[in-house]
Unconditional design. Sequence first.
Length: 257
Amino acid sequence: MTGPGGTGPGTATSGGRGPRVVIADDQELVRTGFGLILRARGIEVVGEAADGAEAVEAVGELRPDVVLMDIRMPVMDGLEAARRVLARVPECRVIMLTTFDLDHYVYAALAAGASGFLLKDVTPAHLAAAVRLVDTGDALLAPSITRRLVERFASGTPRTGARLPGSPALSPPAVRAPAVHRGLAALTPREHEVLTLLGRGLSNAELARTLTLSEATVKTHVARIFAKLALRDRAQAVVLAYETGLVAPGDTGRQGG
């Protein structure tokens, strides 16, 4: 584990103007490149880790706001590291990084508490925006990933144990439900409708257009849903929506009225 630029843990780079970030990836070029991108946009990179075990140690020591966590790393893979990070520092947000669009690991990561997924070919602007987004408590879920997530796992048939040719072995995705309250009876009909659309990956702006509401009203509904169901962010809302059957495979239109 090192601080940014090898200067030691916790070295400030932007005067605290943005979220504090740890980058965990076994490729030094990736860590360096992402660090340069984030610092140039006023986001402080407080540390780096070359494997999952180092990532857990770094988070415990540095207490960052956000961790960029590669899935495939030696010593400890990113999924297990994410579980340990979130158990140790629950307020931290984890964004999983991958070279491949592995939807079966998306589920495992979200169930472990990760706030989203990024492919490593992400643009600099999108990378910085993603870090700022999850730091606000939102989730980073591309509609295409959410759609496949629902189609694959709402039927209860997740794939496990996949391995890409020539890649390091990953621990089989442990399909664990997030620690959230599952009683949907506390929700109003409108909140049910909002949660259903959240489960399909709609943003607040898309929710507002679909439901003919203001964004401020949508935000109020979302906040109430999170409070009633003990959800930490939209990622858990997606997992909950299909685990409870609120969103089913093949659902594409809005529900309710």
